[in-house]
Design a protein around this ligand. Sequence first.
Ligand SMILES: NC(=O)c1ccc[n+]([C@@H]2O[C@H](COP(=O)([O-])OP(=O)(O)OC[C@H]3O[C@@H](n4cnc5c(N)ncnc54)[C@H](O)[C@@H]3O)[C@@H](O)[C@H]2O)c1
Length: 465
Amino acid sequence: MMDMTPFSLRTATPVALRVHEEKPSISIVGLGYVGAVSTACLSSLGHKVIGVDLDQTKITQIGAGLSPIHEEGLGDLLSQGVSEGLVTTTDDLTQAVRATDVTFVSVGTPTAADGGCDYSYIEAAARSIGMGIARKRTFHTIVMRCSIPPGTTMKIMTPIIERVSGKELGNGFGVVFNPEFLREGVAVEDFHAPPKTVIGATCERSANIVARIYDPVDQSPIITSIETAEMVKYVDNVWHATKVTFANEVGRLCKPLGVDSHEVMDVFVQDTKLNLSPYYLKPGFAYGGSCLPKEVRAVAHIADGLGLDLPLIQNLGRSNDSHIAEAITMVRMTGAKRVGVLGLAFKPGTDDLRESPILEVIAALRAEGVEVAIHDPAITPDTPLEGQLAYVQHGSPGLRALAPELPALLRARVEDVTEGADALIVTQRNRTYTDAALSADCEVIDLVRMTPERPARDGYNGIGW
Ligand SMILES: NC(=O)c1ccc[n+]([C@@H]2O[C@H](COP(=O)([O-])OP(=O)(O)OC[C@H]3O[C@@H](n4cnc5c(N)ncnc54)[C@H](O)[C@@H]3O)[C@@H](O)[C@H]2O)c1
């Protein structure tokens, strides 16, 4: 993927920072849960904070050092901030922007009538911020904290600020997206020991200003593009929801079988190599092989037999099939009549063809009359495949048709596959295949992301990236 940070800081790179002698003053617009916690916690780090809201009750409460919500430790920090003269409140956002160096935006983003995101509060706040910046001579940094669809900060908020202020992004003001990950109930504790600090920015200056603010609680913020930071917030929450749903489905499965689900999950979580780890978490090709498809089916079958409704587990196969369908569509879109396949086994370092998902892609292409040539480091035209083809033959109708002709599609050399191909599909990552894919004079469909950055050339297409 192209690096969208147009400056020298890099994703996941710890930023060495020197804490400013003088801390930037901060205005916070939107004193709901996020804004109230930010007001209290940022003042506890020594910043002057002006809290801004339209709701007079919140303005009065926070201005008096009282917490508007029930949250452990929040009232103490607010009352401390007010008594130290660090926390004040107002309903005048434009004036608050003029009086501060940085503005955190935490207005609501409710669901709109059409099910999407209601941007009206962001738009209103952006107009007031723009008016404030128009009258400022010093650089102002806006820190977006709302959970919003990727693109909102740059396509909705920033253009309004530019239009109203008459200033360009980077010239007079900077914009950062800094998602909020604090858990309600322990938000103050999480603020001081955050799970991570993500700063999406378009310029180094703004990124550094925000990184300095967080320096007392996190010296290694993750600097990335604004769009990545926006998406991370959504993906994190979808992941948390997936974990909750998965654990609950395991519970509903275990109970009628007389198995203690808590004991099962106690064992499950102790595996930090495969279960709770980055493993299996990068978008790539469909799962396959001799275990995953079979065992997912087995569990779904047990659930069916018990009359259980486990939508997550029972639909894993459907999701995997749609990923295979996506690969087939990608090849079809090239219009290729001759397709080369690099990698046939379901994973490198094996000659195991059982439920290798690329077989379904090949079967679909062959059914449409596409010529296919295949290379695999562990499977040559001389490799005895009879035993394996018996498995393939018991698969889908497409695989039954493919099995008898499969050996004839195998080639001994990579060049025998790449030469004359209109499109190449790469399913395994190794040096030879990377070289072949990068130098190929045809469309490439990369199912494994051969290189960390997407090759900058036309006709190179990754699945899910
Ligand atoms: N609540 C959470 O745990 C949480 C966690 C992470 C992210 N978020 C996101 O942070 C954002 C804020 O969430 P929240 O729960 O604090 O929202 P909230 O609805 O509780 O509070 C939003 C506040 O913004 C004020 N507001 C709206 N427009 C304004 C304007 N133009 N000027 C001044 N004040 C204005 C409202 O009066 C309200 O007090 C949302 O995008 C949310 O998705 C929330």
